[in-house]
Design a protein around this ligand. Structure first.
Ligand code: ZN
Length: 134
């Protein structure tokens, strides 16, 4: 599993896009709102890995609650997997709590599933797999 992206929670997406464009020296290549997750996202490519900025689209959403508790910073690490359902069963059998019982549509054309940070040393881990049109 490679690190597909690192998710970073930000207060203001437009301001953070300008910051990361300066920091990385490359433009944001995509912005996308994920209505089901109540987030607005922006993506940067950094070699093999991406940076995903996450702004809350809802004051009661998960990103809003994260920002309230912990402020801006790293929100999750996403690993790319070849077969997300197989990986979910394997990790569940290993005793990791999954935050959804089936893969959910995420940003950037992915199926995603999160693991509870209680079981992963305090880091929110995302599994992601490219969504293919069938
Ligand atoms: Zn992510």
């Amino acid at each position: 599993m490679k690190v597909e992206h690192i998710g970073i929670a930000v207060n203001n997406l437009a301001a953070s896009i300008r910051l990361y464009e300066k920091l990385l020296g490359s433009p944001c290549y995509k912005t996308e709102s994920v209505v089901s997750e109540q987030v607005n996202t922006a993506f940067f490519r950094q070699g093999e890995t991406k940076i995903e900025l996450l702004e809350s689209a809802d004051p009661g959403g998960v990103i809003a609650r994260f920002l309230e508790k912990r402020g801006e910073g790293i929100h999750h690490i996403a690993f790319e997997v070849g077969d997300i359902e197989a990986e979910m069963s394997r990790l569940s059998a290993e005793g990791f709590a999954l935050l959804s019982s089936s893969p959910r549509p995420g940003a950037d054309n992915k199926w995603v599933c999160f693991l509870h940070p209680r079981d992963t040393g305090g880091i929110l881990v995302e599994l992601c797999m490219e969504r293919k049109e069938s």
